[in-house]
Design a protein around this ligand. Sequence first.
Ligand code: ADP
Ligand code: MG
Length: 270
Amino acid sequence: TTELTRPGHTRAITVSNQKGGVGKTTSTVNLSAALADQGFNVLVIDIDPQGNASTALGVEHSADTDSVYDVLIEDFALADVVTDCPDIPRLQVVPATIHLAGAEIELVSLVAREQRLARALAEYHRYREENGLQRLDFVFIDCPPSLGLLTVNAFVAAQEVLIPIQCEYYALEGLSQLLNNIGMIQKHLNPPLKVSTILLTMYDGRTNLASQVAGEVREHFPDSVLKSVIPRSVRISEAPSYQQTVITYDRSSTGALAYLEAAAELVQRS
Ligand code: ADP
Ligand code: MG
């Protein structure tokens, strides 16, 4: 066991890739659970209308739940919609409900449409300080599979982007579009933003293709790809149906160990 070293500031990390099904939500909830398990204070903001992160973390997100929608559109404070993950101490969640599906369009006509989440998060940091709550160590924002205004809000609210990449044939396709968008955000809205971390997911060590893709990604992004790789694992895919992360569902499984290792690496790379 290693001594807990808190980051010197809150690390706000947006988990993004405009492709669906690459492991954004799975990586968000399991890295968050692993970090909370190691003693860090973690907030997960679910900004995907599908609400999969809310489901996996076992928090209420029916249509009448106060959610990130109310923060973005109705000017609620984050403090009013944050809820505790029932099974994991130190892990809190801002849930997403079905209402968020309309937010992409409703945001268009609002002032500061790109900065709404960033402002709410800054205000929430102040709220915690004023109320004697410990500083958050990590904020993870789980994005929808698109590059619309919800994802823009996530980019503006973070300093880091974590891109999960599935080790399959089309892995790198579309990535240049994502990187261009991030470049645009850096230029116009959030200069400190950087792609700090790339995580290889659903790795199947039995295929040549997976190792070939992994090699290619490492060659393109030598400084950002984590050494830890997330294997394809039945336990990882089963956990959400029990409203669990794999860390709580089967702690000694290869999937859980891989996420614990990736989380430790993330901490060291601060
Ligand atoms: P995204 O959020 O990018 O759309 P998800 O995290 O929801 O992707 O993952 C897509 C699907 O793949 C889900 O059904 C999830 O349970 C499954 N999955 C993700 N990572 C793994 C893994 N390492 N092993 C097996 N299944 C996985
Ligand atoms: Mg998702």
